[in-house]
Design a protein. Structure first.
Length: 189
């Protein structure tokens, strides 16, 4: 995956971020330990993190301050953070350089896949939490699922708050590709 696939994921999720109303900020999400507010904050912090890693090559260059983006113009902050991340992945040589992440070194192209999946799936989470349709961009959902299947070891699965992903959830064969992706990552469609 590359900056173009990240941009597609961001575009899909942006429509959902734009629809969030202030009264929905305390609604629960499929990520049991997060409310919509927490999810929005992550959806802004994650591309900011990705941009910094791609710009500097190292995750330890992150600033540690915590900001409640959801208390302000979260759509503008989402737009700024995602534009910066897309530009960082689009920079010359970005996809071929090695970056240092908390879990090891990866090529920029692999990190682009992670950033794309994160943007897309958390858009799904936000849609689910706010009662919006979850069947967005079937082609991209399928592409992400194909990419993530071999990359997700069982030791990364466990209870919410203790592991990044829950156990895989079974879905009907006719579930949308986005719902299949979410279920593979431990969400209940």
């Amino acid at each position: 995956m590359d900056a173009d696939t990240l941009q597609r994921a961001v575009k899909t999720s942006r429509e959902i971020v734009a629809s969030v109303q202030p009264e929905q900020l305390d609604v629960s999400t499929p990520c049991q330990s997060w409310k919509v507010r927490d999810l929005l904050n992550h959806m802004i912090d994650a591309p900011t993190f990705a941009a910094t890693v791609m710009e500097t090559g190292d995750w330890t260059n992150q600033r540690g301050e915590s900001v409640d983006h959801a208390s302000g113009d979260y759509l503008a902050e989402y737009d700024a953070a995602t534009a910066r991340a897309i530009a960082a992945f689009r920079a010359d040589g970005a996809l071929s350089k090695t970056v240092n992440l908390p879990f090891g070194e990866l090529p920029g192209s692999a990190f682009a896949s992670i950033a794309t999946g994160d943007a897309f799936v958390h858009g799904w989470d936000l849609a689910k939490a706010t009662g919006r349709p979850t069947d967005h961009d079937p082609e991209l959902a399928t592409e992400i699922l194909v990419a993530v299947r071999p990359m997700l070891p069982e030791q990364m699965r466990g209870p919410d708050g203790q592991a990044p992903f829950g156990p895989e959830v079974e879905v009907p064969a006719d579930a949308s590709p986005a719902d299949k992706l979410a279920a593979f990552l431990g969400r209940q469609p």
